[in-house]
Design a protein around this ligand. Structure first.
Ligand SMILES: [Zn+2]
Length: 80
C-alpha cells in the first residue's frame, strides 16, 4: 500500500509519519471534546485554520475531512 498523502510505502492508508500525525490529531480531539462541544468535522476545520498546526497534521486533517470516514465518525459520536 501507499500513503494516501505522500505516496510513501505504507502498511495502512498512511505512512509512518502521517499515521503519527493522525494519532496526535485524534488524541487532541479527545481533549477538545472534553473542553467544548465540538464534532469531528468542526475540529478538523479548526485544526486546518490554526497557524500553529504542523504541516503533517494539516495534510492528514485535510484528507480526513474530505473522506466519508470523517463524516461517519462524527455521526457515530452523536449517537452515543
Ligand atoms: Zn505519508
Amino acid at each position: 500500500m501507499k500513503c494516501e498523502i505522500c505516496g510513501r510505502r505504507a502498511e495502512s492508508r498512511f505512512c509512518e509519519l502521517h499515521r503519527k500525525a493522525e494519532e496526535n490529531l485524534r488524541e487532541k480531539y479527545e481533549e477538545w471534546k472534553k473542553a467544548m462541544d465540538i464534532c469531528w468535522e468542526d475540529y478538523l476545520r479548526e485544526v486546518l485554520k490554526n497557524p500553529m498546526t504542523g504541516l503533517w497534521v494539516k495534510e492528514v486533517a485535510r484528507v480526513l475531512l474530505a473522506s466519508p470516514e470523517g463524516k461517519e465518525a462524527s455521526s457515530t459520536q452523536k449517537k452515543v
